[in-house]
Design a protein around this ligand. Structure first.
Ligand SMILES: *[C@@H]1O[C@H](CO)[C@@H](O)[C@H](O)[C@H]1NC(C)=O
Ligand SMILES: *[C@@H]1O[C@H](CO)[C@@H](O)[C@H](O)[C@H]1NC(C)=O
Ligand SMILES: *[C@@H]1O[C@H](CO)[C@@H](O)[C@H](O)[C@H]1NC(C)=O
Ligand SMILES: *[C@@H]1O[C@H](CO)[C@@H](O)[C@H](O)[C@H]1NC(C)=O
Ligand SMILES: *[C@@H]1O[C@H](CO)[C@@H](O)[C@H](O)[C@H]1NC(C)=O
Length: 379
């Protein structure tokens, strides 16, 4: 009796009010809504003793760096776990294995640098939604995640949110081990290209969100990869599209694709002439694929050939002058000779003229045999 009284007394003395009603320290428990909340309490680890009726566990805004298999004891009724903004850097193996009915897991706003290959595996693959937005610390975390998706047995995952992770590159085939995926959210990253194989093995995709990335265009292999997804909703808006001739295939694809694209948000960002113009329906003229470029090019080659011709002619002229200069003595001789020869001929004509105009010599002309030189000697 005495012992019992002492126990009761100590129990009342040391039992925190929440714990006495079966709620962990620093948390609020709502039996009616089956919810436990531990919000912004600077907790260093996931609280133990979460009541068995809990279906939704919200632990946000704390200071929990590492979580592992010891963090969650068996809680068959828990379906939603929200662990956003806790500065979690490490996910150890089998962290959630005890939560056999977990279907929604939110790890957004953390700084995951280390993810064990089996961090996400849960017997029975109950997980349907995984939110990892703004949570991957660097590229190592992304490759870790790719491995965890492969080894996690996430056969039932329907929705994966990877937005806001500054992703520049997706490992090929990263999603081929989550074959049921219906929604893949990759918005607000730094993706510049899709490659063949990026979305391989995804046969049930319904929505692909690639908005707010760094795509300037989509090349042929990317377009084939997107087209292979079939009649899905593909969001491509708010990317810095450059509407030069290289974007032609993308425009053709937008014109003809069977995918449901948010075409109204897919607009040119540059060059200046077409800023904010919708890509779909653009003509090849509008994106500068046809000529005006060509005449300019021929003009230029024409100009170049004129310049070249001028140079060649100038060179030939200079060589000619140089040869003349070298030959100047011979030239002088030739000029004097030519001059003398000319003078002789001219003098000959001079005589002929004098004879022709002399009336006394008229008869001689009639008799023929007229040679100015002879006549001169006769006179
Ligand atoms: C889960 O919920 C059911 C029904 O509310 C309850 O009977 C059961 O005891 C709960 N499980 C645990 C481990 O508390
Ligand atoms: C939890 O999982 C067990 C075994 O898979 C199942 O029998 C039970 O109905 C589930 N409980 C809830 C609340 O989903
Ligand atoms: C990512 O961060 C972790 C932890 O700081 C570090 O060990 C790793 O080398 C980093 N990886 C890269 C690619 O920077
Ligand atoms: C984009 O992601 C960054 C973190 O990478 C985040 O700070 C920012 O709020 C996000 N923006 C939008 C519009 O979601
Ligand atoms: C896209 O379609 C418009 C009209 O629907 C057409 O005028 C244009 O040439 C097409 N663009 C390309 C690049 O096929």
């Amino acid at each position: 009796m005495c012992i019992f009284a002492t126990r009761l007394f100590l129990g009342v003395l040391f039992c925190a009010p929440y714990q006495c009603s079966g709620c962990p320290l620093g948390c609020e428990c709502f039996a009616v809504t089956h919810t436990v909340k531990c919000v912004s309490k600077s907790l260093l680890r996931v609280p133990q003793n979460i009541p068995g009726y809990a279906r939704t566990v919200v632990i946000t805004g704390n200071n929990i760096h590492q979580i592992g298999a010891e963090s969650f004891s068996e809680l068959e009724n828990v379906t939603n776990v929200i662990l956003s903004n806790n500065r979690i850097t490490e996910l150890a193996a089998h962290t959630f294995s005890a939560l056999i009915n977990l279907s929604f897991l939110d790890l957004s706003g953390n700084q995951l640098a280390l993810i064990h290959p089996e961090a996400l595996s849960i017997p029975g693959s109950p997980l349907q939604e995984l939110d990892l937005s703004c949570s991957l610390f660097n590229f190592t975390a992304l490759t870790d995640l790719a491995t965890a998706l492969r080894w996690g047995g996430l056969w039932g995952l329907l929705r994966l949110d990877l937005s806001g992770n500054r992703l520049a590159l997706l490992p090929p085939g990263m999603f081929s081990h989550v074959p049921s995926l219906q929604q893949l959210l990759l918005s607000n990253n730094s993706l510049v290209a899709v490659y063949s194989g990026t979305f391989s093995g995804m046969d049930h995709l319904e929505t692909l969100d690639l908005t707010h990335n760094a795509f300037g265009t989509f090349r042929n292999d990317a377009l084939q990869e997107l087209e292979r997804l079939g009649n899905v909703r593909i969001l491509l808006g708010d990317n810095p599209y450059t509407c030069s001739c290289e974007i032609r295939e993308f425009v053709t694809w937008l014109n003809d694709s069977r995918a449901q694209v948010d075409v109204d948000a897919v607009r040119c960002v540059s060059p200046a002439g077409v800023t904010n113009v919708r890509l779909q329906g653009l003509t090849v003229q509008a994106i500068g694929c046809v000529s005006p470029v060509l005449p300019e090019v021929t003009d230029l080659t024409l100009q170049t050939s004129y310049v070249f011709l001028g140079l060649v002619l100038g060179l030939v002229g200079m060589i000619f002058l140089f040869v003349l200069y070298l030959n100047r003595n011979g030239m002088k001789k030739w000029i004097i000779e030519t001059r003398d020869a000319c003078r002789d001929v001219l003098e000959g004509y001079h005589y002929r003229y004098e004879i022709d105009s002399d009336p006394r010599l008229g008869n001689t002309r009639e008799t023929g045999n007229y040679l100015p030189i002879k006549l001169t000697s006769d006179v």
